[in-house]
Design a protein around this ligand. Structure first.
Ligand code: KG4
Ligand code: ZN
Length: 366
């Protein structure tokens, strides 16, 4: 259980409703998530306040995730926060989960707007230009599933929870670990969307390729589904490599689009990569090859700030508080939104530009 909540001393308290039991169940079951949130929210808030040594009255505001996400979990956080801000008469700051992921890097080092951001998690993959705290241009998004979801499902299909080295890890972490001892060239999966010259992402077809390979290998090894395959490490390595290449190619095109349209500063343009999948070192190295090729600075927050965490929601609250953006009175009626795109969608313009990529060798030693 990792429902996270801490207190931002004297500035803002925050409630985030992240993926909680993913590791135990291999995925999120909405009703279980809701129950865990309901059972724990009061205690977690109390503990956060006590550990921070602040009383509710010393808080400047309360920032809470209201979109996008699981309705049942968002509802628990929002209802609790509404009662809390009314009781203590505090301003309320509703937070967009992806905006929070995008801004986390600014908490750790100065990064001025505008910058390019790649957000990759279990629920999302998107490329956007962050032009201000609440001002984003959406260049590309997931057409089917998100990369973390793909990694989790492949890990589940490979029965990695039965693997002694990774029984307690998330799917993505397990694949990264096993890939270190694998040969990625043994299974040359096709990188998705090679003929589509935009910045959107698709992982469902890749997952299908991987599943077919797993079925073939099960037949060859004469084992049932649910048994660890001898070639598990090689499949993990090939999966990770293909996911990394797909992310790198879409990001490369986004950089070229930004350059062609002067969307980034010419002086030290920056790519921020965040979300749970961004903690993957192989993916980071692959993206480094692209940023070195294009002259961008790559910024990845440390793993603990890449995966869902309460600090990023608090920081988003701080950023909005500083600029006086989206700060509501305690009695305002806010609703949660399970689906909510980030910023202004310019994916059609990106597609129309149909930028071809120069070839870049992605070669990373294990
Ligand atoms: O951002 P996050 O904590 O939650 C949301 O999905 O919003 O991301 C969780 C996702 C999971 O799918 C998990 O498998 C993936 O991030 N993940 C990783 C790694 N650590 C976590 N994927 C690849 N490599 C990792 N090291
Ligand atoms: Zn997230």
């Amino acid at each position: 259980m990792t429902l996270e909540l801490l207190c931002w001393r004297r500035m803002v308290s925050y409630l985030e409703s992240p993926c909680i039991h993913r590791k135990r169940t291999g995925g999120i079951i909405p009703t279980v998530a809701q129950q865990l949130h309901r059972e724990n929210i009061e205690r977690v808030v109390q503990e956060a306040l006590e550990r921070s040594g602040v009383t509710p009255n010393q808080l400047s505001a309360v920032a809470t995730t209201v979109k996008p996400g699981l309705a049942l979990s968002l509802g628990i956080g929002l209802d609790f926060s509404k009662r809390f801000v009314k009781e203590h008469n505090k301003p309320f700051i509703p937070i967009h989960h992806m905006e929070a992921h995008a801004l986390t890097a600014r908490m750790l080092q100065p990064i001025s707007f505008p910058f390019l951001v790649l957000l990759i998690s279990g629920g999302h993959s998107l490329l956007a230009v962050a032009q201000g705290v609440d001002d984003f241009l959406l260049l590309g998004h997931a057409l089917d599933e998100a990369p973390g979801d793909t990694l989790d499902k492949v890990a589940r299909r490979l029965s990695l929870t039965k693997h002694p080295r990774c029984s307690t890890m998330s799917g993505g972490q397990a694949i990264e670990l096993l890939a270190k001892d694998g040969d990625r060239t043994r299974f040359p999966f096709k990188t998705p969307m090679g003929q589509t010259y935009d910045c959107c992402f698709s992982f469902a077809g890749l997952r299908n390729q991987i599943t077919q390979t797993i079925m073939k290998k099960e037949a060859e090894e004469g084992v049932e589904q649910g048994t660890l395959l001898q070639c598990t490490n090689d499949i993990a390595a090939a999966t990770q490599h293909t996911v990394a290449c797909h992310l790198a190619k879409r990001t490369h095109r986004a950089i070229l689009f930004c350059k062609a349209n002067s969307l980034l500063p010419s002086d030290s343009p920056t790519l921020v990569v965040s979300g749970g999948v961004a903690s993957n070192q192989y993916i980071r190295k692959t993206l480094t090859i692209i940023t070195e090729e294009t002259g961008l600075q790559l910024v990845c927050p440390p793993a603990k700030f890449c995966t869902d965490n309460g600090v990023m929601i608090a920081w988003n609250g701080v950023e909005r508080l500083r600029e006086g953006k989206g700060i509501l009175s305690p009695d305002v009626n806010v609703c949660y939104e399970p689906k909510s795109p980030l910023g202004v969608d310019i994916t059609t313009e990106v597609k129309a530009a149909a930028i071809r990529l120069p070839s870049v060798k992605i070669k990373i030693p294990n």
